[in-house]
Design a protein around this ligand. Structure first.
Ligand code: FMN
Length: 314
């Protein structure tokens, strides 16, 4: 059986152009997905504030822009801007049908749209995005197993639009991330794909830790691709065949954090992104060596890139 392709999961406040570059330099994924970006915001006066989320300044890999929102006309506008290069650097557009955030669900967006009474609206968003893309770039979709319960009529519906890729985080919205991922639940979706849209690649997501693990699951279930999210927090080299990270000591880990901080500084020169969310990355790099938790604590008390660099350089 051929090997699966690998995707770094979209993660809000995590997978910006800087972190995608750090990961790509460690061990490449085949696709990267941006944080979810609101199309209604992008089509409002707040556009300039949101646009940095769609920066691809540091990317070397293949990046897909993930969008969400409410109004079909805004999906069409942003999809068109991405396809015609007004917003540059993307190889596709993904629609988020998986976010379980309470406020988002209350607003009947993202994973809320898995519910049958919102299907018509979901279809309008997908069609508007396809219209904006105009066949110039592919459409991909990311969703869950259903809202309250598993509902394969939802995946059947999504497949009818023949997306290039359909990623399924194998939990329902109600389950959030509190129960183990149900990998075997992908099997009926593969059958639907074969019937409805044989060209669509099915991507399995949820609790997959690294390449080796992904390859085992792809072999077992027959999926085309594997998406890894939180696994990257424990191993920035998770797309590598070999276990490199556990062999890396204090110096190498700190070097990687330094690289992240410096790339951040060079990318957001005008304060486009705040420093504070950056501190949480310390958990990834400053871990599993003697004195790590004390050093991490010091980083958490800094409030600028220079401050953080000073702490880790001493
Ligand atoms: C901090 C964080 C932010 C996330 N943001 C997004 C997002 O913007 N768009 C999205 O589709 N999924 C988002 N997710 C969900 C992940 O893409 C992924 O589906 C989920 O974490 C399960 O995969 P994993 O077990 O490999 O982490 C986020 C997850 C985390 C932990």
């Amino acid at each position: 059986m051929s090997k699966p392709f690998f995707v770094l999961a979209p993660m809000d406040d995590v997978t910006d152009t800087v972190f995608r570059r750090v990961v790509d330099d460690c061990a490449s994924a085949d696709y990267y997905v941006t944080e979810f970006v609101n199309v209604d915001g992008l089509c409002s006066a707040g556009r300039e504030r949101i646009l940095p989320k769609l920066s691809t300044q540091q990317d070397k890999g293949t990046v897909i822009a993930q969008i969400w929102g409410k109004k079909p006309e805004n999906f069409e506008t942003i999809a068109r801007e991405i396809a015609d290069g007004t917003i540059q650097g993307f190889s596709g557009v993904d629609i988020n049908f998986g976010c379980p955030d309470k406020a988002v669900v209350k607003n009947e967006c993202c994973s809320a749209m898995q519910q049958p009474h919102l299907r018509e609206q979901a279809g309008e968003l997908i069609q508007a995005t396809l219209d904006g893309l105009g066949g110039r770039l592919p459409l991909t979709l990311k969703t869950r197993l259903g809202f309250k319960d598993i509902d394969y009529t939802w995946h059947e519906f999504l497949l009818s639009f023949k997306p290039m890729m359909l990623t399924v985080h194998v939990r329902t919205t109600k389950q959030m991330s509190k129960v183990p991922a149900k990998w075997e639940a992908i099997l009926p979706i593969l059958e639907l794909r074969d019937k409805i849209s044989p060209e669509t690649k099915i991507v399995l997501n949820g609790d997959i830790v690294d390449r080796k693990h992904g390859e085992e699951l792809a072999e077992k279930y027959g999926v085309d691709g594997i998406m890894i999210g939180r696994g990257i927090f424990h191993n920035p080299y998770c797309f590598e065949e070999k276990d490199i990270w556990s062999e890396m000591g204090r110096e190498e880990r700190i070097e990687l954090f330094k690289k992240h901080l410096e790339l951040f500084e060079n990318t957001y020169k005008n304060g486009e992104r705040k420093f504070n969310p950056l501190k949480k990355f310390a958990k990834i790099y400053i871990s599993d060596f003697p004195g790590a938790s004390e050093l991490r604590d010091k980083v958490m008390h800094t409030n600028s890139v220079e401050g953080a660099l000073e702490v880790i350089n001493t």
